[in-house]
Design a protein around this ligand. Structure first.
Ligand code: NI
Length: 138
């Protein structure tokens, strides 16, 4: 098995706030991250596709096809947006963990069709001190 990891970036804002909790509970749990005005991150995104090469091309996934899928499904959608407004996070607090899982689920099917590999892992780099990885075993 071989894998390729491509890196992307999208600036976006979020508020860590659960509709199921009161204002006081949200502040107690999430602190300043619950501030309703939100705050931004320059998110890093890593997309890892693993599998076997297509013998015709030598690639697991054509890089331009991967970029197009990530751009249309994720980057254009999240860029300079408040993530809480996206339907993906209607009932889900947009923590980096939940962002990684949501991105994985958006990308898995199209990336599986784009080449000979499968989406192996999605990484979200939220700050220089935090990275979050989600993977599903086949
Ligand atoms: Ni944050």
């Amino acid at each position: 098995m071989i894998s390729v990891t491509r890196r992307y970036r999208f600036p976006a804002a979020h508020v860590l706030r659960s509709r199921a909790l009161s204002d006081a509970e949200n502040v107690s749990l999430y602190g300043q991250c619950a501030n309703p005005s939100g705050h931004g991150h320059n998110y890093g995104l890593e997309v890892c596709v693993a599998g076997e090469r297509d013998p015709r091309t030598g690639w697991i996934v054509p890089p331009e096809a991967c970029d197009e899928i990530v751009r249309t499904r994720i980057l254009d959608r999240f860029d300079h947006r408040l993530l809480n407004d996206d339907p993906l996070f209607r009932d889900l607090v947009p923590t980096a963990e939940n962002i990684a899982i949501a991105v994985y689920r958006e990308l898995a099917a199209p990336l599986g069709k784009a080449g000979s590999g499968r989406l192996a892992r999605v990484g979200i780099i939220e700050t220089p001190r935090n990275r979050f990885d989600y993977e599903e075993t086949p």
